[in-house]
Design a protein around this ligand. Structure first.
Ligand SMILES: NC(=O)c1ccc[n+]([C@@H]2O[C@H](COP(=O)([O-])OP(=O)(O)OC[C@H]3O[C@@H](n4cnc5c(N)ncnc54)[C@H](O)[C@@H]3O)[C@@H](O)[C@H]2O)c1
Length: 260
């Protein structure tokens, strides 16, 4: 028995797809036959992934915009045309990657806004721009990448955790509204993945080494994830096979947390 996911004829947008998890998702959606709108705030990074997809025989176009700016999002998605599959992947603290971990008591309220702008408002802007045209067409998929840092409550990342929890709450609410139109809205929660952002060299202090040891010991499968670990579930949720799955958050985390 063979099994395949066919997204031929579907138009998708993956935000923050210039590298890391978003890039891997974009390559896989294209491999499954979707036309992929590769978004990134850095146009050259979006162009690079479009070239990779085209070289592999897939269909893609660059859709550069900043997810934090609704006017840019609307214009970018408007130029792209009707979206069938939206993957809200752009995250972390924006183009700068991830800020240093910081005790909540020391956090500067002004710094919180950059986490909210990308992870929560970015998700809201793109979903708000893409969903209205899904409704009359009676089909759509919204998949938002969230984080175990919010589900599990990792210390020293409160602004990020709060923003990701907000994005998941937004998605559950939208899922209730749009299910009747054949649109599903789900979240995928990741454990730590090795991406250009998280793989930046860190000081090899005894504390850092001990923290890494403790972190890895919490993963039942004792390694960090890689972007390719995320692509199967996201592509499945994007497909017609997942038409009765909505409002859910699924973890890809090597067993960092278990769910009931
Ligand atoms: N890497 C991890 O360990 C991890 C763990 C849990 C969740 N996540 C989530 O997974 C997603 C992908 O993470 P990653 O590590 O691959 O990210 P990354 O930082 O490696 O890449 C993010 C991409 O998004 C782009 N981007 C940033 N701000 C943008 C904006 N305002 N508009 C458009 N594009 C923007 C960046 O230019 C970059 O290409 C994020 O939502 C992140 O929060 C990652």
């Amino acid at each position: 028995m063979s099994f395949s996911i066919d997204l031929e004829g579907r138009r998708s947008i993956v935000t923050g797809a210039g590298q890391g998890v978003g890039r891997a998702i974009a390559l896989t959606l294209a491999e499954a036959g979707a036309h992929v709108g590769v978004n990134d705030i850095v146009p050259a990074m979006a162009d690079g992934v479009v070239e990779e997809i085209s070289a592999a025989g897939g269909q893609a176009s660059a859709v550069p915009f900043d997810v934090t700016d609704f006017a840019q999002v609307e214009a970018g998605i408007g130029r792209f045309g009707d979206v069938d599959i939206l993957v809200n992947n752009a995250g972390n603290a924006g183009a700068e990657g991830f800020a240093e971990r910081c005790d909540f008591s020391d956090s500067n309220p002004a710094d919180w806004s950059r986490y909210f702008a990308v992870n929560l408002f970015g998700t809201m802007h793109c979903t708000r721009a893409a969903v209205p045209s899904m409704i009359p067409r009676g089909w759509g998929r919204v998949i938002t990448i969230v984080s175990d840092a919010s589900r599990y409550g990792d210390a020293k990342v409160a602004p990020y955790a709060a923003a990701k929890a907000g994005a998941a709450g937004l998605c559950r609410s939208v899922a209730r509204e749009v299910g009747r139109y054949g649109i599903t809205v789900n979240c995928v929660s990741l454990g730590t993945m090795v991406t250009p952002t998280t793989a930046k060299p860190k000081p090899e202090t005894p504390e850092a080494i001990e923290r890494e040891r403790r972190t890895l010991s919490r993963y039942v499968i004792r390694r960090r994830g890689v972007p390719e670990d995320a692509v199967g579930l996201v592509t499945f949720l994007a497909s017609p096979l997942a038409s009765w799955i909505t409002g859910q958050t699924y973890a890809i985390n090597g067993g960092y947390t278990f769910s009931l």
